[in-house]
Design a protein around this ligand. Sequence first.
Ligand SMILES: C[S@@+](CC[C@H](N)C(=O)[O-])C[C@H]1O[C@@H](n2cnc3c(N)ncnc32)[C@H](O)[C@@H]1O
Length: 299
Amino acid sequence: MPKVRKQRSVTATGPIADKSKGQHFLKNPLVVKGIVDRAAVTTTDTVLEIGPGTGNMTVKLLERAKKVIAVEVDPRMIAEVTKRVQGTEFQRKLSIIRGDVIRSALPFFDVCVANVPYNISSAIVFKLLAHRPLFRCAVLMFQEEFALRLAAKPGDDLYCRLSVNTQLLARVTQLMKVGRNNFRPPPKVESRVVRLEPRNPPPPVNFVEWDGLVRLAFNRKNKTLRAAFTTSKVLSMLAENYKTWCSLNGVATEEPDMKAVVEGVLAETGTSDTRASKMTIDDFLGLLSAFNKARVHFS
Ligand SMILES: C[S@@+](CC[C@H](N)C(=O)[O-])C[C@H]1O[C@@H](n2cnc3c(N)ncnc32)[C@H](O)[C@@H]1O
């Protein structure tokens, strides 16, 4: 009978990384310390850690925080981090949520710290920013280009829908760059740490509607807004939304001349010849408000 090789799950330096779970473990203690320092965790803080892995960052957080709640999807990592704190003063301060962070109900926390699995970066950002009550800050490591997009400003090459949606909800600060060789195994890309500080109170806009407007604007990022909003596909969608809004609000309506309505709003806000790539958050807020006054909705 052919011999069946038992799959190894641990190497001499720890568990074998599962790339499908974005496992790149931080092996440089100075980088771990740098991230934890930048989160400015105090002894009264409850910290949420996403993906503790083998616990390199978890133990540093436990040294400083009142409590650490770690969410981890891989049972091998849960076993590893649990073993690491067993019998130490940290054991009672650590609780672990087993499962996918995107599907898990998150508890209250003051600060979030994570070297995130890069394949779910965007989902993590918006899951955190939708969490209530709002937290003080999140210090997160991402793939470098993603981090630069989060922080990009109007006119930057990387300014995009992700930048605008994130900066509507949070102040974004770029922190340290982290090279590939600080990880085991090294990822294919460079990384960067970013701080997110949620705007509190959050801006009074319907986020789905906001995202609808921003998505349309960035679909044709380097065209004028007049060009982006007056294609026949966009106009017929906006006309449908207009009629739905009127019927839900008991307002009698005829078939709107949507091209005239849209051009009127763009002229009134002085944005007809502007491009999405140059619009600030306040410009988008003003535009959404003017569209809504004219009964034009994006969801
Ligand atoms: C980049 S590693 C970071 C590990 C550790 N924090 C470190 O810095 O060494 C990402 C971690 O997130 C975990 N992970 C991946 N997908 C996850 C998910 N959907 N929910 C929770 N944890 C996840 C992985 O198992 C892994 O432990």
